[in-house]
Ligand binder design. Structure first.
Ligand code: MG
Length: 294
């Protein structure tokens, strides 16, 4: 099932995408009042079957006519993110000189986990603010994002997929100069509008082999990133085990798994984003997340 959050006037509504017919089924009326996608995931044992049974009878709206928001427009806490989690990207980042404070092409021994502020989240089609007052070196990072279903602490590798509700796409937009100059990544990763997410929250049962998915990013149609998820240095079970070892995971938590090689600072000279650029991140089975700088 592909869930979306869309706006109708000032109201947020929940939809189920019927890709074959190119429509969104407005399932808001099947849910308790004021239930967004986050609450749907939290109550999935009960609400999932209700949506499966009822969605086909819900009002159909053409998909291309609705204003999609991020599937989880307001996560309950920061998005967990993983740095340097594809070999070739770890090397390009080390070479670039922006890898502060470590500045190394070596592969990490353990997952590098940081976070993006919830206020950085925007939806598909939304504008990415270039923030020229605080950065001149804007970059993109196409990534597979895991959506946690069942929470828990001390989740083992073997149990990890039992805690995955599904997947979406994020663009981990980064102010490279801030990432380098402030030594710690939170500021450079968290500027408003710098976490485009979507277009859909896709349930795990739709993804037969997550390691077989490909992450592709284009800028103005020019291919920049293209790698299979199986190239992750630390795979999804390892990331869940690592984060949950001492932090309780909660339903709806988001884990951006890292970006492949081909970001702007991987080029010499770097290819930073500029006003008008269109960035499209496509992942097999998860759709295309398109945003523009402006
Ligand atoms: Mg990233």
């Amino acid at each position: 099932m592909k869930l979306v959050t869309f706006s109708a006037g000032r109201e947020e509504r929940v939809g189920v995408v019927d890709g074959e017919r190119g429509v969104v089924r407005d399932v808001t009326a099947l849910l308790p009042p004021a239930t967004g996608v986050l609450a749907v995931i939290e109550g999935w044992d009960e609400l999932g079957p209700a949506l499966r049974d009822g969605a086909d009878g819900a009002t159909a709206i053409p998909l291309d006519s609705v204003d999609l928001l991020a599937p989880i427009p307001a996560p309950r806490r920061n998005i967990f993110c993983v740095g340097k989690n594809y070999r070739d990207h770890a090397a390009e980042f080390g070479r670039s000189g922006y890898d502060s404070p470590s500045r190394s092409e070596d592969l990490p021994d353990r997952p590098i986990v940081f976070s993006k502020a919830t206020t950085s989240v925007v939806g598909p089609g939304a504008r990415i603010d270039p923030h020229p007052d605080v950065t001149r070196e804007l970059d993109y990072e196409g990534e597979l994002c895991v959506i946690i279903g069942r929470g828990g602490r001390g989740v083992s590798r073997d149990q990890a997929y039992d805690h995955v509700w599904g997947y979406t796409i994020v663009n981990d937009v980064t102010a490279r100069d801030m990432q380098r100059d402030h030594k710690q990544w939170l500021l450079g990763k968290s500027l408003d509008t710098h976490c485009p997410m979507g277009p859909y929250a896709v349930t795990a049962d739709e993804i037969v082999d997550v390691a077989g998915l490909r992450v592709r990013t284009t800028v103005n149609g020019e291919p920049r990133q293209d790698a299979p998820v199986k190239d992750l240095i630390f795979d999804i079970p390892e990331l869940i085990a690592t984060i949950s070892a001492g932090i309780s995971l909660l339903p709806g938590d988001l884990i951006a798994t890292g970006t492949p090689a081909g970001v702007g600072i991987g080029f010499d000279p770097p290819k930073f984003l500029a006003a008008g650029d269109v960035i499209e991140v496509t992942i097999t089975g998860l759709g295309t997340l398109s945003n523009h700088v402006g």
